[in-house]
Design a protein around this ligand. Structure first.
Ligand code: BG6
Length: 499
């Protein structure tokens, strides 16, 4: 990210005059986007005069729209909504009823946006509407040089469909106007990874295959598919989580130091990592990946049905869906820094706890002089969720007067970020950071087209190999850490998951 003075200079010239949100009555808008915009406004971080215009199919009166937004804020703001901040925020709000298939709808948008030349268009709709909306915006003459296009996932279901969407976007907006959201990049702890790696001299000399034995990245959720069955069943964990969030985390861990925090610097380094990922195809998928679906079990202290029995829509309970809700895999980054150091990735729904963490497992000492104790190799654990902690495990002498040897114990140096910064406002929503970066026209925390397409290429190879090799879908009980195969995957190489 640029320095604050740089940012201030840039923001004056580019401050947006409107944010137009497509999908204005949708779940993401209500749960994340309005609350984030409100919190930014309450912290005096929204540009003066920037309107927030909702666009959706429903026929809503202006007052009804404001009421809907207010309810969303009440549901989200633990400490209550400040009436003064609400009055200011409400004055920014407007609603247009909009149907992407109707050219007149775009004329209505143009009238609403009259005089605006730096509009942020935010597509929080189904991807099927990305094309018609972009084309309509362009045809209505609204894609001004100062405007920005923000797009939510899923951007495609594979490389081909991703390219098709990106082509449509590129037809209306140049790449430096397109902000592809991966909300993990807005998480404080994810950004802290950059600080940890590049604001300390301690780690960088050790950050390579010589000192690091392997890396583990786990994103575990306790929730099931929560009413999103129709979407999820068409995607599965590989497309829903690995293609984006887990590969973003992997890139940030594995990338070379960028020359600066400018968007191209950081994103180019991440692209190089993705390009270095060894393709997993053919029979390798059986050795390097595990896919599974949850069966009934106990999660969050209550009995929960199997994925198949949660099925909604046309499928209905008891479906024989083959969609994976869990993936574990072993990846290799084939470059000088990482050759020979495996990266184990794991994500799943209905696991025993909600936790996301990155474990950097250092190598064992080459020779132990402590014959009486087993040495535990150093480990750096970067916990992203639910709490942000960093722990470095080191070997220590156990206090005692024994002679003829020393007894040793592993202990952790712990850094609890929530504790260290307890005076700061409780954790910000990732979207606050992301919206602020769009407002400041800074793409560092957004995904470049090349990054996204390279990630799809890698994921597509796995998907294709799963189909060709007819890789069996394993089963795991809800509330467990996945199928036996996920343990075998890592243990076969002499490692084990750091649970
Ligand atoms: C979304 C996925 O991108 O990320 C969801 O579509 C998943 O399936 C969610 O639950 C997890 O995000 P977070 O911020 O709760 O870890």
């Amino acid at each position: 990210m640029p320095s604050s003075s740089h940012r201030a200079r840039r923001s004056k010239a580019t401050a947006p005059d409107a944010l137009m949100l497509f999908g204005a009555t949708g779940d993401l808008a209500l749960r994340m986007l309005y609350p984030s915009l409100y919190f930014l406004d309450a912290s005096d971080l929204l540009p003066d005069g920037m309107r927030v215009i909702g666009a959706a199919r429903s026929d809503l009166e202006q007052d009804a729209f404001r009421q809907m937004v207010r309810h969303a804020l009440d549901a989200r703001a633990d400490g209550g909504v400040s009436e003064a901040a609400w009055a200011r925020f409400a004055a920014r709000l407007a609603y247009v009823s909009f149907d992407a298939s109707q050219p007149e709808s775009f004329q209505a948008l143009a009238r609403t946006l009259e005089g605006a030349s730096r509009t942020i268009f935010y597509l929080s709709t189904s991807p099927g509407l990305f094309g018609p909306i972009c084309t309509g915006i362009k045809a209505a003459g609204l894609a001004h040089a100062g405007s920005r296009m923000v797009v939510e996932k899923p951007i495609g279901r594979d490389l081909k469909s991703c390219q098709a969407i990106n082509d449509v976007l590129a037809d209306a907006f140049s790449e430096d106007r397109i902000f592809r959201v991966d909300h993990y990049l807005g998480k404080e702890a994810v950004q802290n990874l950059l600080a940890l790696r590049f604001a300390n001299t301690l780690f960088e000399p050790l950050w390579n295959k010589s000192a690091i034995d392997h890396v583990q990245i786990t994103v575990a959720e306790t929730v099931g598919v929560e009413g999103r069955w129709d979407y999820y069943d068409n995607y599965g964990a590989l497309r829903d989580m690995v293609q984006n969030h887990l590969l973003q985390l992997l890139s940030l861990v594995a990338m070379e130091p960028p020359a600066s925090l400018e968007p191209d610097s950081v994103r180019n380094e991440k692209i190089k990592v993705l390009q270095s990922l060894r393709p997993i195809h053919g029979r390798d998928v059986e050795r390097c990946t595990v896919r599974a679906q949850y069966a009934a079990g106990v999660a969050d202290g209550r009995a929960v049905p199997s994925y198949a029995d949660e099925a909604g829509g046309a499928a209905g309970p008891g479906t024989s869906s083959q969609t994976e809700t869990f993936v574990a895999l072993m990846a290799h980054v084939d470059n000088w820094r990482w050759a020979g150091t495996p990266f184990y990735l794991r994500t799943g729904k209905r696991l025993p706890e909600r936790s996301s963490e990155i474990v950097i497992q250092f190598r064992e000492v080459p020779h132990s002089i402590f014959s009486g104790s087993d040495l535990v190799a150093n480990r750096l654990t970067i916990r992203l969720q639910p709490e942000e902690d960093i722990a470095l495990t080191l070997m220590n002498k156990t206090p005692s007067l024994e002679h003829g040897g020393m007894e040793l114990t592993p202990l952790s140096l712990n850094l609890s970020l929530s504790h260290a910064f307890k005076d700061k406002r409780p954790r910000r929503i990732a979207y606050e950071r992301l919206l602020l970066e769009v407002i400041h026209d800074n793409q560092t925390l957004f995904v470049h087209r090349d990054e996204q397409e390279t990630a799809w290429r890698w994921v597509d190879a796995i998907r294709t190999a799963w189909d060709r090799q007819a890789v069996k879908l394993a089963s795991y009980g809800a509330g467990t850490w996945g199928p036996a195969g996920a343990f075998a995957l890592i243990e076969r190489h002499g490692h084990s998951w750091a649970d």
